[in-house]
Design a protein around this ligand. Structure first.
Ligand SMILES: [Fe+2]
Length: 226
């Protein structure tokens, strides 16, 4: 089900996902650009209900696989929306060589959406290569796996693991993702660029969105980088 997050501008849908036996949700984010086209971040499986909701919002124009982990439903989604342009995080096409003709996301916004969204590739973390966006008009940061936040509504095992990884009841960079950082100074530089952006809300793929005080929370999540 598609839920409206920012009236007229941003919607999201979640789908259950099991990762190494740990139950969680993954989130798709939909931005309606100023020109009316829909920009899709980290698509979930496009069932009939979801397609009907999306089609009611506008034309699906751009689809983004935002990091090297978030690509599971790309083929299903592109089959449902073959006219859309597909964009992938750097390094992802090597993992999914059968997906044809994706454009590779850069460290600056694509011309198709630069009026609405800022964009960077979070550096120093090549296993993930996450691309990060800011929806300028609503002050919304869009992350995928860089930071996560689980709460009481998660399953018991998920809560236990989230606590171990430092992402329970707080927005954090999980210990698993921290271990993937290969160049802290590059990661710091990306963090600083994000913190220069003007935002209050933070969307993450897992599990809870922050609607207020997002910048303080992101600064806290990345503080370990020094
Ligand atoms: Fe993820």
């Amino acid at each position: 089900m598609l839920l409206e997050l920012i009236p007229g501008q941003i919607w999201h849908a979640t789908a259950p996902l099991s990762f190494a036996g740990i139950g969680m949700h993954t989130r798709m984010t939909v931005v309606r650009l100023a020109d009316g086209k829909l920009w899709i971040h980290s698509p979930v499986k496009p069932g009939p209900g979801l397609r009907e909701s999306l089609d009611g919002l506008g034309a699906v124009a751009y689809v983004c696989a935002p990091n090297r982990f978030h690509h599971l439903f790309i083929e299903d989604f592109m089959a449902a929306y073959p006219e859309a342009l597909l964009f992938m995080a750097p390094g992802l096409p090597n993992k999914r060589p059968t997906i044809r003709h994706p454009r590779i996301l850069a460290d600056y916004p694509e011309p198709e959406w630069r009026k609405d969204l800022d964009q960077l590739v979070f550096a120093g973390l090549p296993m993930l290569n996450e691309v990060v966006w800011l929806h300028r008009d609503s002050g919304t940061l869009i992350l995928t796996d860089l930071c996560t936040c689980f709460k009481e509504d998660a399953a018991a095992l998920t809560r236990f693991v989230a606590r171990l990884l430092g992402v329970y009841r707080t927005l954090g960079m999980s210990h698993t993702i921290r271990l993937m950082v290969r160049d802290r100074s590059k990661a710091r530089a990306s963090r600083d660029r994000i913190l220069d952006w003007d935002f209050q809300r933070v969307i993450v793929a897992h599990d809870h969105i922050l609607m207020t005080n997002g910048k303080d929370a992101v600064a806290h999540a990345f503080a370990w980088l020094g």
